[in-house]
Ligand binder design. Structure first.
Ligand SMILES: Nc1ncnc2c1ncn2[C@@H]1O[C@H](COP(=O)(O)OP(=O)(O)OP(=O)(O)O)[C@@H](O)[C@H]1O
Length: 244
């Protein structure tokens, strides 16, 4: 299995406003930050703070009103994992992965199988999405994103629709995959514990700006019940609630 070098992200003076019936609505302005290659960075914010908007601008789905997003290397490949896995119901797991390789002459089923194996779906290649649990469907979504060997993986609340036990096992698997493959991960959540468990760094968005940029200096693997973790979590919660 090949693995691309990880990519860097540079966001400069980003602003976004939407035109609504009541006039222009400013989501954020003058947002700047950089994400180092191979790092795991989480964007956290309350509902409506602009997390998905910012991630969608980074991924190119939404256009910014001002500012820029650049990547290193410039022609970086981006992988996307969404809140719901967005699988094609009439295609098997394998065929869902094949679908994103329509223009890849080197695609073989072995490639899809390698990534399905990586997310623990070796026994499910030929199942349809309705024959899978929610966690298994999300695993296919992760395998599909990884199968294009992206330098950067963008993940928008990928575990928030799952029960906590399934979400926790997927978090552990994601950390293992991140350790094995050399990827940069930019992850969105509204869950502080999840952000601390996973990331090297947490960006907090609210009131139209990035108001917190917190390094998570906790050893890995992280014990969610250790005093160190709980203390860090309390400080992060205080910071998170430091704005109205
Ligand atoms: N297409 C759109 N047109 C107009 N306003 C929009 C559009 N998309 C988002 N918004 C507004 O932009 C703001 C930020 O939305 P966004 O979905 O980015 O927030 P979020 O932090 O991801 O929220 P959540 O955690 O609830 O998903 C909200 O006030 C929302 O109503």
């Amino acid at each position: 299995m090949t693995s691309a070098d990880a990519g860097a992200i540079k966001v400069q003076n980003l602003a976004k406003e939407y035109e609504t019936e009541g006039g222009m609505e400013l989501v954020f302005e003058d947002v700047s930050f950089e994400i180092e290659p191979s790092s795991f960075v989480t964007l956290i914010g309350k509902s409506g703070s602009g997390k998905s908007t910012l991630l969608d601008i980074v991924s190119g789905i939404t256009k910014a009103t001002a500012g820029s997003v650049t990547f290193d290397p410039p022609d970086v490949e981006l992988g996307h994992v969404f809140q719901s896995p967005r699988l094609l119901p009439w295609r098997t797991c394998l065929k869902n992965i094949e679908y994103v390789h329509k223009d890849n002459p080197d695609y073989t089923d072995d490639l899809a199988k390698q990534y399905l194996d990586m997310v623990g779906l070796s026994d499910h290649y030929n199942k349809y999405p309705t024959q899978l649990s929610g966690g298994q469907q999300q695993r296919v979504g992760i395998a599909r994103a990884l199968s294009i060997d992206p330098e950067i993986l963008l993940m928008d609340e990928p575990f928030s629709n799952l029960d906590e036990i399934t979400a926790e096992s997927l978090r552990q698997e994601l950390l293992q995959i991140w350790g094995e493959l050399n990827k940069t991960i930019f992850f969105v959540t509204h869950d502080i514990t999840e952000a601390i468990e996973l990331s090297d760094r947490i960006l907090m968005i609210g009131n139209g700006e990035i108001y917190g940029d917190v390094s998570v200096d906790l050893d890995r693997p992280r014990d969610l019940e250790s005093n160190e973790f709980l203390q860090f979590r309390q400080q992060a919660i205080d910071k998170f609630h430091s704005i109205e």
